[in-house]
Design a protein around this ligand. Structure first.
Ligand SMILES: [Zn+2]
Length: 125
């Protein structure tokens, strides 16, 4: 899972939509099987799979499914699917949701912590 997370991170680190598409194309080429619907022989509702096998290992499923989801986001929004938190104390990735100005932090918690730190730097100068 660790290795798979590192691979996906590249897609979040993309500087623009062209780079995001190129990273995703590489991941899809190397790690995805054919797109299909499966119900796991009636044991679940129909859903898409892009891994090599309907019962592939969890990490393979996670990588292929994440690529699929990120691909749909790039397709729909024509911009990078997310980013990496700008806080130096954090390295989380986040998905960009809705429209509006580009997001810099993974969470309100990180945004507030960085705002407070910036304020301290200014007032203690
Ligand atoms: Zn963060």
């Amino acid at each position: 899972m660790r290795a798979v997370a590192d691979l996906l991170r590249e897609a979040y680190a993309a500087a623009d939509v062209d780079q995001a598409a190129s990273v995703l194309n590489g991941l899809l080429r190397r790690n995805a099987g054919r797109l299909r619907l499966t119900s796991h022989a009636g044991r679940s509702p129909w859903h898409p799979h892009l891994d090599g096998d309907d019962d592939a290992p969890w990490a393979e499923w996670f990588l292929a499914s994440s690529c699929l989801a990120l691909t749909v986001l790039v397709w729909d929004r024509q911009r990078p699917p997310g980013g990496i938190c700008a806080s130096p104390d954090c390295s989380n990735v986040f998905l960009t949701q809705g429209s509006g100005p580009p997001r810099r932090y993974c969470s309100r918690r990180c945004a507030t912590r960085e705002r407070v730190a910036a304020h301290r730097r200014k007032t203690s100068g």
